[in-house]
Design a protein around this ligand. Structure first.
Ligand code: ADP
Length: 438
């Protein structure tokens, strides 16, 4: 507004000046004509004065000179002109000159009568123009002031209204802590930027709430699982110490204690692995691993640990090159995954055996574990990847419910997929698909 007002005022002053100088020029020329025509030109007649002509412009004054600076005519003998020399110099070069002296506009121009050329100088006060410009200046100042006040008030009101949803979100976020992750921020109409931001924030809160809940569950389950063997160890030692025992009694008690301690070690190893797999960066899995090597190794280990377990390995007949079954990964992790699946298959089947087939399909290494065990219900299949979840069918079998969630995490970290299909009483088929290097 200020820039526009200054521009309007500046151009108005210029237009007005231009118009007034135009008026002054035509008056000066007509006065010169009249003066020079009325009196015979005489070089010695230096001063002639008088205002015998109707005054057209306010406080107008005129002067006629020759180029020797002799004044031939002046309407005001007390008139003192600044820069007379400059005017004469300009007019001599056929140029017109105008400037402002106090309230007066001064114009210097030439006029030719016959063979003689004269310098005509006119001056007048643009009273009307000055008055108009003063009015314009006042109007512009008032308009600027009113705009400033109204814009300030409107800006204050609208910015307050526009920022209100943000303040609401900020206030709500300040209330949210780990213990109140169920709170949500107001989403407003949900369509503008702030609404979308609040929606995204709420989605993030939802994810945080779920993962905090899972973590809480995990800790509760882990402590419960750790406490069971510890309580059993504690009970056995207390009973043992009640009285003197025979060597055989001590031996059998120590054997049972050893079993409990072994299961404790197994559980803590699995928990450490769980923590490792969820914290590990899958990008660090870069070793080239032949999947059949892993399977053979697991077969050897199982033979040693549990001679009852029977593992039948069948490579697919379509395999032509060992390169086809190489994956990028972490050997220890992949072995852990395969061991868990094999152990489950043998554990949950009366014949304690599992069939393992591996092949290369569409740039993927496919490993299929098939058993003829107790099978898993549809309901359980949906949940068996959750940490500590044990199926209804597993009550009679030892276990912690960590195995498959560990397998799932390991396969995910290797950019692979795991699929389970099972029929109660018939058996289970677990299929792993891992990206092949070749
Ligand atoms: P667990 O220590 O109970 O074996 P897992 O996480 O390894 O824990 O398996 C989760 C559940 O999945 C088991 O409790 C069991 O109900 C079911 N399950 C896994 N593998 C098999 C299988 N091969 N046959 C039948 N049930 C299985």
């Amino acid at each position: 507004m200020l820039i526009a007002s200054i521009a309007i005022y500046y151009f108005s002053v210029n237009f007005r000046r231009h118009d007034f100088i135009g008026l002054l020029r035509s008056r000066a020329v007509s006065v010169a004509k009249f003066a020079l025509d009325s009196y015979e030109y005489n070089a010695n007649l230096i001063l002639r004065s008088g205002t015998g002509y109707p005054t057209r412009l306010p406080d107008e004054k005129y002067m006629i000179l020759n180029f020797n600076k002799d004044t031939l005519y002046t309407s005001d003998r007390f008139w003192e002109l600044k820069d007379l020399n400059t005017i004469i110099r300009f007019v001599k070069d056929d140029k017109e000159v105008s400037y402002r002296q106090d309230d007066y506009y001064v114009l210097g121009t030439s006029h030719t009568t016959g063979v003689y050329k004269f310098v005509i100088i006119g001056a007048a006060i643009d009273k009307e123009g000055l008055l108009h410009l003063k009015k314009l200046r006042n109007i512009l100042l008032i308009v600027c002031l009113i705009s400033l006040i109204s814009f300030s008030i409107a800006g204050w009101l609208y910015s307050g209204r526009a920022l209100k949803p943000i303040s609401n979100v900020v206030r709500k976020v300040e209330d949210i802590s780990i213990t109140s992750l169920n709170l949500r921020v107001p989403e407003g109409n949900g369509t503008d930027e702030i609404g979308r931001l609040a929606k995204t924030f709420n989605k993030m809160l939802e994810r945080l709430e779920t993962s905090f809940g899972m973590q809480k569950n995990f800790i509760a389950n882990a402590s419960h699982e750790l406490r069971t063997p510890l309580t059993s160890i504690n009970g056995q030692i207390e009973v043992l110490m009640m009285k003197e025992r025979s060597v055989d009694e001590y031996k059998s008690a120590l054997g049972s204690l050893l079993e409990d301690i072994k299961s404790l070690i197994d559980l803590s190893n699995r928990l450490i692995l769980m923590a490792r797999t969820s914290a590990e960066d899958p990008l660090s899995y870069i070793s080239k691993i032949r999947i059949d090597d892993i399977i053979w190794q697991v077969q050897e280990d199982m033979k040693r640990i549990n001679p009852l377990y029977h593992i039948i390995i069948t490579p697919d007949s379509s395999l032509t090159d060992s390169e086809q079954i190489i994956v990028a990964g972490d050997e220890y992790m992949l072995k852990t995954a395969v061991t868990n699946i094999v152990e489950n298959a043998c554990k949950y089947s009366s014949d304690h055996s599992v069939n393992i087939k591996f092949s290369h399909v569409d740039k993927l290494v496919k490993v299929v574990f098939e058993d003829r065990g107790i099978g898993i219900s549809e309901e359980d299949i949906k949940k068996i990847f959750e940490p500590f979840y044990r199926g209804d069918n597993s009550i009679a079998y030892p276990g912690t419910g960590i195995g498959l969630s560990l397998v799932n995490q390991i396969i995910k970290n290797h950019n692979g997929t795991i699929n389970i299909s099972s029929k109660i009483g018939r058996g289970t088929i677990i299929t792993l698909l891992l990206p092949a290097i070749a």
